[in-house]
Design a protein around this ligand. Structure first.
Ligand SMILES: NC(=O)c1ccc[n+]([C@@H]2O[C@H](COP(=O)([O-])OP(=O)(O)OC[C@H]3O[C@@H](n4cnc5c(N)ncnc54)[C@H](OP(=O)(O)O)[C@@H]3O)[C@@H](O)[C@H]2O)c1
Length: 301
């Protein structure tokens, strides 16, 4: 298990070692096909969906950051951006060391002006000058609005309100359509990915447009932590079931953000970074079963 920040500091190790593997994300110009900007992003972080009790999100985020997490994934829809902001100020780690992701709510994804307003609102909620990654939470329901929503996202990037922009829950056809209206393609596509919903084709298509897949619900919302096959494989690997599922996501090249409000499980999940799955590829391949644990806008028109 990875050491906590405190243990690490006592032992003299560099706290930045605790953030785990990094990946480079960036935007590709639709006109030239070239990368126009790149930034580094941790491959592992904390998701804060369904942390609704007052103070729950703040205390989970503070504990996670003090333990070594550097990436936090929230959304305006989760109603806890303000607690993420409070945690950032209380955690004792410099803002520059953290990577903060939030999302444009689907009902707000109606056009350029709304995106500008909502991005500013998210920054105000977190009391930040800049976020690291701003995502369109799901393909806007009005197909005609998708181009102007993305134009608003590009403006947020240009204004320096975010260091990168991306999408979430975009299927292959949604991404393909972006080539006709985007100036720059998304840096990230955040979708449900885990051993039971491996999405090999959508991950490959996401990468083909220069975007990085980001795996949400790596534990299938907790539905699959007691899967007997996972239990058997993790026993042979020598880690916990949750650690095996989380590390599988990282090993397929997807940034991942397991949610936990429980201090022990927050540490357990961080320990996934050190798990070695070499030689177990066949066991994980056999788990794929198109299991969608939540919603699936990737298949919508
Ligand atoms: N873009 C989107 O549309 C979208 C959709 C869904 C999720 N997300 C993002 O992805 C994040 C993660 O997804 P998720 O919250 O849906 O589900 P998840 O991370 O797959 O699973 C969370 C559930 O698993 C439990 N859990 C966590 N660690 C565990 C462990 N080590 N052992 C056993 N149980 C464990 C949690 O309970 P405890 O809290 O009690 O530990 C919680 O009930 C979200 O928080 C959110 O940031 C994005």
């Amino acid at each position: 298990m990875l050491q906590t920040l405190r243990e690490c500091l006592i032992m003299g190790a560099n706290p930045t070692d605790l953030m785990g593997p990094l990946t480079t994300i960036g935007h590709t110009s639709t006109e030239t096909g070239l990368r126009v900007s790149e930034i580094e992003m941790p491959m592992f972080g904390l998701g804060v969906y369904l942390m609704k009790e007052p103070g729950e999100c703040k205390s989970a985020v503070v504990h996670a950051i003090k333990s070594g997490y550097r990436l936090i994934d929230t959304a305006m829809a989760y109603g806890n951006e303000h607690e993420v902001g409070d945690a950032i100020r209380e955690c004792g780690v410099d803002r520059e060391e953290l990577f903060i992701v939030t999302k444009l709510r689907r009902p707000h994804a109606t056009g350029y002006d709304e995106v500008i307003q909502r991005c500013k609102e998210s920054l105000e909620n977190m009391r930040l000058d800049q976020m690291d990654l701003y995502l369109v939470h799901a393909p806007p329901e009005d197909i005609e609005a998708r181009a102007s929503v993305w134009e608003g996202m590009e403006k947020c990037l240009e204004n320096g309100w975010t260091r990168a922009i991306g999408v979430s829950n975009y299927g292959t056809h949604h991404l393909e359509a972006m080539r006709s209206y985007a100036s720059i393609l998304p840096s990230v596509n955040q979708i449900e990915i885990h051993p039971w919903l491996q999405r090999t084709e959508l991950r490959a298509f996401t990468e083909s447009i220069g975007a990085t897949p980001m795996a949400y619900s790596p534990l299938a919302r907790g539905h699959k932590v007691s899967d007997p096959k996972l239990g058997e494989v993790s026993g042979r690997i020598g880690c916990t079931p949750a650690q095996a599922a989380i590390k599988w996501c990282i090993d397929v090249g997807a940034v991942t953000i397991p949610k936990s409000s429980n201090p022990g499980r927050i540490l357990e999940n961080l320990g996934s970074i050190d798990v070695d799955l070499s030689g177990f590829g066949g066991d994980f391949a056999a788990m794929d079963g198109d299991y969608v644990s939540g919603w699936d806008p990737t298949v919508e028109p």
